[in-house]
Design a protein around this ligand. Structure first.
Ligand SMILES: [Zn+2]
Length: 431
């Protein structure tokens, strides 16, 4: 009896003492390393947006060096990525492990590019976009926009130049400042109701609205905790009806607030996957492409077909005390600008980054092709960042349309993108 037991004990000892390596390749530990590394980089790069809400144990508590430790960060990002890529390729990895490893690996490619950009090492627009966005950003020549503007020209009412008639039409549908609060709350409540009928949001989610002045953005969402969001609205911005409805969808339901709450609930709380706690890379990245893509597409989710115009004309315009005469042309023009002309912003950024457009030329594209002067700062200062919006919206739209033939299926596809780890490449692959 004794002789039989001894080898068994020995075998147990061998198994339990084996590999250091096995625990090192554990995906949970790699996720912790990923969050710790990104929080440390964020502590050294003041442009990082840190809305971390995870355990204190992952926070960076070391010394912030006077000189940005570029090479050290690059080396650590690269070796972590190698370990993750091993998991992605391994035939014995589970599907969830591969999903997580792929996701973190794609973020680390963007982190690597961000470290280089912060250190003043620039590339071409396409080189930077390939690392940050992860897919090729489609390009459009000026003919595309000249033809689009000519088409729009035929529906713009009134006298004067194209720009004068465009501006005059938009200003007729501006929301008076004293009506902004009511209109916004009604719009948010409407899209919240639509979203709650379709998606399973955490019960205690909510949004607080705050009106502010002197900001370079028109609206901003600040997560107070995973399920509570502060929405700041810039009163210096001229809010027209469509912008107001769009911001309710983009920032709140089923856009950013919904994304944040569902990611936190479904990925962090339910599964314990810490990687989504990573701070926001200021240069962009795959996660931002998906999040902004979903947020821009949010109004098409909440108001498919003619329901957008109906809601604008029958609910928000009367509430704002506006005459609905000319509403058809206004809504058509806004939709056209939103869906078709937005890509002119990407081209302006591409030209500016590549040095093939002067500042004046890029401004011309932003003002006269995109009809969106308020985007000039992002185009001029944020290199490929604007493409996260334009490319993200197109990826999300194409993915949802390819995976749905009914409204139920559209929400199912949209909900899936809100609740799992996905990178832009996955959407292209599945098209
Ligand atoms: Zn956004």
């Amino acid at each position: 009896m004794k002789n039989l037991i001894q080898p068994f004990i020995l075998l147990l000892l061998i198994v339990s003492c084996t590999p250091q390596k096995e625990s090192r390749s554990n995906i949970d530990e790699l996720a912790i390393d990923y969050v710790k590394l990104t929080l440390e980089i964020a502590a050294h790069d003041p442009w990082y947006w840190d809305d971390y809400y995870g355990p204190d144990s992952l926070k960076f508590t070391g010394v912030i060096l006077d000189t940005f430790p570029k090479e050290d960060f690059l080396n650590r990002a690269s070796s972590l990525k190698l370990e993750l890529d091993e998991i992605s390729k391994s035939p014995i990895s589970l599907e969830d492990e591969k999903l997580r490893a792929n996701w973190m690996s794609a973020q680390l490619t963007a982190v690597d590019r961000g470290i280089r950009l912060y250190s003043g090492e620039f590339g071409t627009f396409d080189e930077e976009a390939e690392d940050l966005i992860g897919v090729k950003v489609q390009s459009y020549d000026s003919t595309y926009f000249i033809e689009a503007i000519a088409e729009l020209n035929t529906v713009l009412p009134g006298e004067g130049t194209f720009k004068e008639r465009f501006d005059a039409l938009i200003s007729r549908f501006e929301v008076p400042e004293e009506k902004l609060d009511t209109c916004l709350k009604v719009a948010i409540e409407a899209v919240r109701k639509i979203t709650l009928e379709r998606l399973d949001l955490p019960e205690d989610e909510s949004i607080t609205i705050e009106f502010v002045h002197d900001k370079w953005w028109n609206a901003f969402v600040l997560p107070l905790d995973p399920y509570q969001t502060l929405l700041q609205i810039n009163l210096d911005y001229k809010w027209d009806i469509a912008e107001l409805i769009n911001i309710a969808c983009h920032e709140c339901y089923p856009g950013h607030h919904t994304y944040g709450a569902m990611q936190a609930k479904n990925i962090y709380v339910d599964k314990g996957w810490v990687e989504i706690l990573d701070p926001e890379n200021p240069w962009g990245g795959p996660q931002i492409v998906i999040e902004e893509g979903l947020a821009i597409y949010a109004n098409e989710m909440a108001f498919p077909g003619e329901s957008y115009d109906k809601f604008a004309k029958e609910v928000i315009m009367p509430l704002a005390g506006l005459d609905t005469t000319g509403a058809y042309a206004y809504l058509l023009v806004k939709r056209f600008a939103r869906r078709k002309l937005r890509n002119a912003l990407t081209e302006a950024a591409r030209g500016f980054v590549n040095g093939t457009m002067t500042e004046n030329e890029a401004t011309h594209w932003v003002n006269d092709f995109a009809l969106r002067g308020s985007a000039i700062n992002t185009v001029m200062n944020d290199r490929t960042y604007i493409a996260h919006y334009t490319c993200g919206r197109d990826l999300v739209k194409n993915y949802i349309e390819a995976h749905s033939s009914s409204d139920d299926e559209r929400w199912e596809a949209y909900g899936k993108l809100l609740s799992t780890l996905v990178v832009p490449k996955d959407l292209v692959k599945e098209e």
